[in-house]
Design a protein around this ligand. Structure first.
Ligand SMILES: [Zn+2]
Length: 218
């Protein structure tokens, strides 16, 4: 859906919006519906962008809003540098192997569930290369048949999660021991605690579970 200009620029004009703590935003992500969360995420992303672009990253002068109200941009009056809201892409991938999926437990403090391989896209990489590299680094295996699944705004902060499915090709599963402390292949009836609803990780897992049930009932 294409927004009209009045809606799109109103975020920039609203100078009062302040970025909230990440933990608070994460809680709202889980407690609100996706439809309720979307406009909040948008306002928060823009508030954070304004907060982190008060000074020019090139020459250090104070930034001001672009003269053209249609442009959501900050401009440096000294050197002309223009800063648009930046989104950092990250990939997340469900790897399937003979009716089971790869799940892993992350070493990040407080994470009690198992999830899918995920990581940021490196400069110079495309999504497929990022998928292959992350799986190689975190799980020591190779994959084939990488297919796009869907994407999700992930404002914790300023990320775009891009979801894929892939098939196991070769190698022996081996967690890296740093970022990933445990990993394994799990069938539909033996899943450990998985991410809560509303996340792209959960949507990938749920879609796979639905497929397995349909196949099982044939
Ligand atoms: Zn400047």
């Amino acid at each position: 859906m294409v927004e009209d200009v009045s809606t799109a620029t109103s975020d920039l004009i609203d100078e009062s919006a302040q970025p909230m703590p990440m933990a608070e935003l994460r809680e709202l992500f889980h407690s609100l519906s996706p439809e309720e969360f979307r406009p909040l995420a948008r306002r928060q992303e823009i508030a954070r962008w304004r907060q982190t672009n008060r000074f020019c990253g090139v020459c250090g002068a104070g930034m001001r809003r672009h003269d053209n109200p249609v442009e959501r941009a900050m401009v440096c009056p000294s050197c002309g540098h223009v800063a648009y809201p930046a989104i950092t892409p990250a990939v997340i991938v469900l790897v399937e192997n003979d009716g089971r999926i790869l799940l892993q437990r992350n070493s990040h403090y407080g994470v009690s569930y198992w999830s899918l391989v995920a990581g940021f896209v490196d400069p110079g990489e495309n999504f497929e290369e990022a998928v292959r590299r992350e799986i190689r680094e975190e799980a020591s295996i190779e994959v084939r048949d990488i297919r796009y699944f869907g994407s999700q705004c992930w404002p914790f902060p300023s990320n775009m999660m891009v979801g894929f499915r892939a098939a196991y090709a070769s190698g022996t599963l081996c967690p890296d021991g740093e970022e990933v402390i445990e990993s394994g292949w799990f069938g539909p009836d033996e899943l450990p605690p998985i991410p809560r609803p509303h996340s792209l990780a959960r949507r990938l897992i749920d879609a796979w579970l639905t497929e397995r049930r349909v196949q099982g009932s044939r």
